[in-house]
Design a protein around this ligand. Structure first.
Ligand code: ADP
Ligand code: MG
Length: 248
């Protein structure tokens, strides 16, 4: 039996995921404490996105448990929509609605999913757009924004739902290099504010500076984890060293 740790923001035990014959996650166990920032690194195809997608049940695990805030998402009786609302996700592709303004993009799920009034959704959207430095863009449309600005709108949209945990899947990988810094700056600020964050990234300088812990994945397992100074600065395993020699 799993011991549920009520202090953990996220707890994953024995997580496996297969697509047909392809075993993508082969038994993942780990916890994220409240307010902790964990960066997940690893080669392409190692299962990083699948792991994040299992944390908000965009993918259904083949085996194992996922708890968010002590609530088991993998329990068949759980109110999955309610549980999922506690988890915000930001993707590599920003997935904004092109026909909606910035304000529309940040209010729509608040209104349709959380049933907030227009006034409340509007106020919360504006507060979160201030948070990501886009107070002056409320009336703009996605096509009028840079990639970095669009990604910050996507972050504001996720924050407006009031999540306990934020998941980021390579949030800067689709951006021109000069726009990466603004997005990482917003994420750094969120981390300092105490947001619990699980970040898949190839930005090793961000991981070094901001992560409390770095997890290196390869072949669907966690190979090693620890403080960035250890995992990035002095890795224990050859597989980690080989990966780092390619990205650093
Ligand atoms: P990463 O994010 O580390 O690059 P992914 O989690 O995206 O890795 O993918 C891990 C493996 O799972 C890859 O081999 C990928 O092709 C496979 N995979 C991911 N999603 C699916 C899916 N929906 N159906 C089949 N195979 C998938
Ligand atoms: Mg991925």
């Amino acid at each position: 039996m799993t011991t549920v740790n009520p202090a953990a923001a996220v707890q994953i035990t024995g997580l496996q995921k297969a697509f047909g014959d392809l075993e993508v996650l082969r038994g993942i166990d780990f916890e994220v404490a409240r307010g902790e920032v964990v960066c997940i690194i690893g080669p392409s195809g190692s299962g990083k996105s699948t792991l994040l997608r299992c944390v908000n049940l965009l993918e259904e695990p083949t085996a194992g448990q996922v708890y968010v805030g002590g609530v088991e998402l993998t329990d068949p009786d759980v109110d999955i929509d309610a549980a999922r609302r506690r988890v915000g996700m930001v993707f590599q592709q920003f997935n904004l609605f092109p026909h909606l303004s910035v304000l529309g993009n940040v209010t729509i799920a608040q209104r349709k999913v959380l049933r907030r009034s227009a006034e409340e959704a509007d106020r919360i959207a504006r507060d979160n757009l201030v948070r990501v430095g886009l107070a002056d863009k409320v009336d703009a449309y996605p096509a009028q924004l840079s990639g970095g600005q669009q990604q910050r709108v996507a972050i504001a949209r996720a924050l407006a739902m009031g999540p306990d945990v934020m998941l980021f899947d390579e949030p800067t990988s689709a951006l021109d290099p000069e726009l990466v810094g603004d997005v990482l700056g917003v994420m750094r600020k969120l981390a300092l504010e105490g947001m619990t964050m699980l970040v898949v990234t190839h930005e090793m300088s961000f991981a070094r500076e901001v992560a409390d812990r770095v997890v290196f994945m390869d072949g669907g397992v966690i190979v090693e984890e620890g403080p960035p100074s250890k995992v990035i600065g002095d890795p224990a395993y050859e597989r980690t060293r080989r990966f780092l020699s390619r990205v650093l």
